[in-house]
Design a protein around this ligand. Structure first.
Ligand code: ADP
Ligand code: MG
Length: 574
């Protein structure tokens, strides 16, 4: 291993030379008990910045082992240290300006969710941050002195301020770690409690604005309070006893007037599949891990989905047991979204009338009379939602204000009034008794498990050494030249997850597909591999695995399903 003297000598030697001379830096340097790894050097000051790691042995970092003693604590701690490193890099680094990205020191950015990330590793032996750095340039020439200050002084300072336990706020660390553990524990326990979601009393659900995921100002927000009928208490490892609303499995309606907070509640439940940072307001809004938000998504591509339980024979006689479309309609896209969610093992569907296709949700009595059943391919969701639960064990939480017909098929009816939630099942039943719905049920065949589909390996072909699969922000992947649009995946929360999905697709294409393995099992295999060996396994970068955060199986499958070159073989029903 080289030391800091070697770093100085190299930089003195290449100072003023063309930028490519920075390549000589590649390697590892010891610097007063800390290691700096230069894994990849950028070719140009304007190119993506260089990839580096800084490692501090536990003999110096001294992080108490109980803070990373189980997977959820470890995830919480690594997430927090990433945030601390980002703050410290802001404070101590980034002062060596120049052309292009000169002087930049940055680590993956984090939002309100606590995700499993590749940006930080805490283990028994060391703590390691994976970051990027813009090696300083004047014009296109090496600026050796600035580079030395950055690598020998700024980076170590940022690292020591954020990765050494004594430099951190111990209470803050403990809170973050314990909160992650509480949320994960509660999520795992929901099923045995007979619940699909839990919303703690006092939670703060509304967000600052339509474009910010930060909590609304506490002074203007009405805190959540459970209706007494659904109030339950849960015992958490760190927070102790917590009270709140348990959403039971089954069919739950959330009704209420416009602008009374219905969608806000549903959105919080959607995001409850992830852990949230302390102070977010949704720390104890926890939902079963495989819940999927279902919406209409017209224009999406669909490849051989068996949607016949929702959509029968289409005009022109098109078969819907193998439905494909390059431009699905509102109702067919929503049906496809449900079928695909079921295919990858979802137990809770979340729907909001705001983002649903009206004709997919319900046909009222008059419309049933006017448009006869033979001329309407759709079996509306209202005629399937009970079976989804009773036959397949899949629950639904449904927000709506427009159709009272749903009262007949609901187990629980909740009402939002002025941002306060009431239990109104009794009242709703009484209304339904007085005002009978004139519509008749339209289910044609009995609902059964959906057929699985096996992706065909050749459609993912990746010739050449460079795979050319790239993520662009949160909502776009370019698979070679084919765009995959993820904008409507409301439970995909970070660009780092999208980058990981792109890598996972490549990994799956290379290692898991044989033409007969179902999509769901292929993704399970990758996730098992990640579970055993870390998210690093899907990264193309040796040493420095990039800025990845773990996506859910649901979003990975969703990305594959939206790939316009996808080809599948449909298998026998499950
Ligand atoms: P709905 O779906 O019932 O029409 P929304 O959930 O869209 O209503 O909420 C309407 C507005 O009220 C939004 O601007 C939202 O931020 C705000 N809001 C929602 N819940 C609360 C709350 N608990 N306290 C204060 N404002 C809220
Ligand atoms: Mg709404």
């Amino acid at each position: 291993m080289r030391d800091i003297g070697d770093l100085r000598r190299i930089l003195e030697r290449i100072d003023g030379r063309g930028y490519k001379a920075y390549r000589d830096l590649k390697g590892t340097y010891a610097n007063e008990g800390l290691e700096l790894h230069v894994d990849h050097v950028q070719s140009d000051p304007f190119a993506p910045p260089s990839r580096m790691r800084v490692r501090i042995p536990q003999s110096a970092a001294l992080i108490p082992p109980e803070l990373f003693g189980n997977p959820s604590r470890k995830r919480g701690l690594e997430d927090l240290l990433t945030r601390e490193f980002a703050k410290a890099a802001d404070r101590y680094a980034g002062k060596q300006g120049g052309t292009g990205k000169s002087g930049l020191v940055a680590i993956d950015s984090c939002g309100q969710e606590i995700l499993k990330r590749t940006s930080m590793v805490v283990c028994e032996d060391y703590v390691e941050a994976r970051f990027v750095a813009g090696l300083p340039a004047g014009g296109r020439r090496v600026h050796g002195r600035k580079a030395f200050r950055m690598l020998a002084d700024e980076v170590p300072r940022a690292a020591r301020a954020s990765m050494v336990y004594s430099a951190l706020d111990a209470d803050r660390v403990r809170l973050h770690v314990e909160s992650a553990e509480d949320q994960s524990t509660l999520r795992e326990r929901l099923e045995s409690l007979g619940l699909v979601a839990f919303v703690a009393d006092g939670s703060l659900l509304p967000r600052m604005s339509g474009v910010s995921d930060m909590p609304m100002d506490r002074k203007s927000a009405v805190p959540f309070a459970s209706p007494p009928e659904l109030r339950t208490s849960v015992e958490l490892p760190n927070a102790g006893t917590v009270c709140g609303m348990g959403v039971p499995s089954g069919v739950t309606l959330v009704v209420g007037g416009g602008y009374h907070g219905k969608s806000t509640l549903l959105r919080a439940i959607e995001r409850g599949v992830y852990d949230h940072v302390p102070g977010d307001g949704r720390e104890l809004v926890v939902t079963v891990a495989d819940a999927v938000k279902i919406r209409a998504e017209d224009g999406r591509s669909v490849v051989q989905d068996d949607i016949h339980h929702f959509i029968g024979r289409l005009p022109g006689g098109e078969e819907t047991r193998r439905f494909s479309s390059t431009n699905a309609s509102g109702s067919t896209s929503q049906a496809a979204n449900i079928v695909e969610a079921l295919e990858c093992g979802c137990r809770l569907l979340l729907l909001d009338e705001d983002t649903s296709a009206t004709n997919f949700m319900v046909r009222d009595a008059r419309m049933q009379k006017l448009v006869s059943r033979e001329n309407e391919p759709i079996t509306p969701f209202i005629d399937r939602v009970r079976e989804l639960h009773d036959v397949l064990g899949v629950s639904t939480v449904l927000v709506l204000g427009g159709s009272g017909d749903y009262i007949d098929v609901a187990d629980h009816v909740l009402m939002m009034r002025d941002y306060r939630l009431l239990e109104v099942t009794g009242e709703a039943r009484e209304v339904a008794r007085q005002l009978k719905s004139r519509r008749c049920a339209e289910g044609r065949s009995e609902l059964s498990a959906v057929s699985e589909r096996a992706p065909q390996p050749d459609c993912f072909s990746l010739p050449g050494r460079r795979d050319k699969v790239r993520a662009r922000g949160r909502s776009l992947i370019l698979y070679r030249k084919t765009p995959i649009d993820l904008s409507f995946l409301e439970q995909l929360v970070s660009a780092s997850q999208t980058r990981a999905i792109a890598r996972i697709m490549v990994y799956m294409a290379r290692h898991c597909l044989d033409g007969s393995i179902p999509l769901s099992s292929a993704v399970d295999r990758v996730l098992e591999e990640i579970d055993a060996n870390g998210l690093d396994v899907v990264s193309p970068f040796e040493g420095h695995p990039g800025e990845l955060a773990l996506p859910r199986k649901q979003e990975i499958c969703a990305a594959v399903n939206r790939f316009r070159k996808l080809r599948v073989r449909q298998l026998q029903p499950l």
